[in-house]
Design a protein. Structure first.
Length: 195
């Protein structure tokens, strides 16, 4: 009962974070489902894959502390706005890092590391390769796949061909090569979740 409540609270917090940034309520649901599929094929245990599914909706929780004027800006950020927006990873981690609960520890890691890139060019810490926690690497793929395929206040959705080409180009740059391979090997499953 308590665990169930905890899961609900975590999911709801993720949805709250999202509702502030005018993304559809389904974004966190899809990211959660994609994350679980990635985790299972990557070889994580069922329980761990399930935990990541529960925690991944919190990836952008730090956005609750970002001003609306930046969050909902149509068009590109200037340098200062980008800097502020990029603090959401650190902010999210700071909100969650003191918890001793496995689910919230997992959510803290996801919030902190989902903008790190395999080649070390991500933020906030510029981690590289396997120094990025697998939870962060998985959520990065899930988040980008869903974001590109959805309309946002600042962009139209991309067609599949364009998304697939990006993933091929970013294999070993933005994304863990193994996760990109999993994505293409099990493409039908990912597309089914999206529908």
């Amino acid at each position: 009962e308590i665990e169930e409540t905890q899961r609900e609270v975590v999911f709801t917090m993720g949805a709250i974070g999202e509702s502030r940034s005018k993304e559809t309520g389904n974004h966190v649901k899809r990211v959660a489902e994609y994350s679980k599929v990635f985790a299972l094929y990557y070889g994580l245990a069922k329980e761990e894959a399930e935990m990541l599914k529960q925690a991944s909706p919190m990836h952008d929780i730090g956005k609750v502390a970002i001003p609306d004027s930046i969050l909902n800006k149509p068009g590109r950020f200037d340098e200062e706005e980008r800097k502020i927006m990029n603090t959401h990873s650190q902010l999210g981690y700071d909100m969650l890092k003191y918890s001793k609960r496995p689910l919230l520890k997992c959510a803290a890691t996801v919030a902190y590391e989902h903008h790190e890139k395999w080649d070390g060019t991500g933020y906030p810490r510029g981690l590289k390769g396997e120094d990025i926690h697998i939870y962060g690497r998985i959520t990065a793929m899930a988040d980008v796949f869903d974001a590109l395929g959805s309309d946002r206040c600042y962009k139209k959705s991309w067609d599949d061909e364009k998304i697939f080409n990006l993933f091929k180009e970013e294999r070993g740059k933005h994304f863990d090569p193994k996760l990109v391979d999993i994505f293409f090997e099990h493409l039908d499953e990912f597309l089914e979740i999206r529908e």
